[in-house]
Design a protein around this ligand. Structure first.
Ligand SMILES: Cc1cc2nc3c(=O)[nH]c(=O)nc-3n(C[C@H](O)[C@H](O)[C@H](O)COP(=O)(O)OP(=O)(O)OC[C@H]3O[C@@H](n4cnc5c(N)ncnc54)[C@H](O)[C@@H]3O)c2cc1C
Length: 380
């Protein structure tokens, strides 16, 4: 970096991680450009849970007010068994407990994009990042080479930047996934007293996640094994899903024709950084969504990256090593906990009910589950 000039960052990928890093860096005096391969900044994935850790990051970068407009703020998160009996009931948004809002993904991306624009970030769509080098060069598909003090790879689970630096330790397919969709909220979808709750229904190896995501939008995730071909089909086979969840007939009858199947994976890296390149979000630590924390960890690590990079900009490679040492243990703890929760998919219904009723009564385990959501990120 030349004396007196602004430090420069080039960022690959305008998802949750990339936009957060971009806004946080620009707010700290960096000149930032984001490259997004898609022709526009649209998010897929219907709705999203954002816990307290992610909410604090949104507040820190000035995106919270816009993100929270119209958000659903529920009072209970419940898990129900195959007979529709409550296994766990976790209070949310009560005094001293975990904070959680659920919103439309497009609302989140819009609020982050506006935070970037206010901070002067340049966002280039239709720009495909191909590779990076440790000394701070980003190469695009069209051959353009861009020099920067910091390169951020936030190009998602299949990150080309990460792979160009040979940082991947492994990508582990979990043989399970979800079809996600948004539908309009209906008066008879579930019992009146359940309408405002977040509810995860289990039956055999299938799950339905019921999530109000605004005053009128319902976010539905239908989860099943990769090889449960009939259940993962889109348009959804409503007869088949009603066989597994007869008590949700009203809701299942209204499932949309559209939706998208995604398989869950775990990504683990040898290192999160090499030289002047930092890897964030799913590119660094994709995890199954059972805790609703993949995006939360991307938000936290993006903000803390901006804090470390700014405080130690005269020795960026050392700053990135410190950043990884600080953030990686909490993120990987979250990733491991989420993976463990996934094992329950294959348990017999009766066993799962017994265990979850017990864990639902355990204050210690409830606290463990909430630890990440209550974690305070660096720099806030
Ligand atoms: C079913 C499901 C439910 C989930 N629910 C939640 C939840 O409730 N709460 C939560 O916190 N997390 C949740 N997650 C996880 C969350 O979606 C991810 O962790 C988060 O989106 C990761 O953000 P990211 O910015 O790292 O990657 P992405 O969102 O994948 O963004 C990557 C961006 O990079 C772009 N890109 C890719 N390659 C290139 C390239 N070569 N050049 C330029 N641009 C490129 C892509 O187009 C994309 O815009 C869920 C995940 C799944 C699968």
């Amino acid at each position: 970096m030349k004396t007196g000039s602004k430090p420069r960052a080039e960022i690959a990928g305008a998802g949750i991680g990339g936009l957060t890093a971009a806004a946080a860096l620009a707010q700290r005096g960096w000149q930032v450009r984001v490259h997004e391969r898609a022709p526009d900044l649209r998010a897929f994935g219907a709705g999203i849970y954002i816990w307290g850790n992610g909410l604090r990051v949104l507040e820190a970068i000035g995106a919270y007010d816009e993100a929270a407009v119209g958000a659903h703020v529920g009072q209970w998160f419940e898990t129900r068994d195959h007979c529709n009996r409550v296994m766990e009931q976790i209070p949310i948004n009560s005094s001293g407990g975990a904070r959680l809002i659920t919103i439309l993904r497009e609302t989140l991306i819009r609020s982050l994009t506006h935070a970037c624009e206010r901070a002067g970030v340049e966002i280039v769509t239709g720009s495909h990042a191909a590779s990076a080098s440790a000394d701070g060069e980003l190469t695009l598909d069209d051959g353009t080479r861009l020099q920067a003090d910091l390169i951020v790879a936030s190009d998602g689970i299949g990150s080309r930047i990460r792979d160009s630096l040979d940082l991947l330790a492994y990508r582990e397919p979990l043989h399970y996934g979800a079809v996600r969709m948004l539908i309009e909220m209906g008066q008879n979808d579930v019992a009146a007293e359940d309408r405002g709750k977040y509810i995860e229904y289990f039956s055999g190896t299938r799950r339905i996640l019921y999530t109000p995501a605004s005053a009128t939008d319902l976010y539905i995730a239908l989860c099943c094994a990769d090889d449960d071909h009939a259940a993962r089909r889109v348009p959804v086979d409503t007869t088949l899903w009603k066989e597994s969840f007869p008590h949700l007939g009203h809701l299942i009858d209204r499932f949309a024709d559209a939706g998208r199947w995604d398989s869950f994976e775990v990504v683990r890296l040898r290192q999160w950084a090499r030289g002047r390149v930092a890897i964030i979000g799913d590119a660094a630590h994709a995890m199954p969504p059972y805790l609703g924390q993949g995006g939360g960890c991307a938000l936290m690590n993006a903000l803390s990256l901006a804090v470390f990079a700014t405080e130690h900009q005269n020795d960026l490679p050392a700053a990135l090593v410190q950043w990884e040492e600080r953030e990686r243990p909490m993120t990987e703890h979250t990733q491991q906990t989420a993976s463990l929760l996934g094992h329950m998919n294959n348990w017999p219904d009766e066993l799962r009910s017994e265990v979850m009723v017990l864990t639902g009564q355990s204050e210690y385990l409830a606290n463990e589950r909430m630890k990440t959501a209550l974690h305070v990120p660096t720099g806030t």
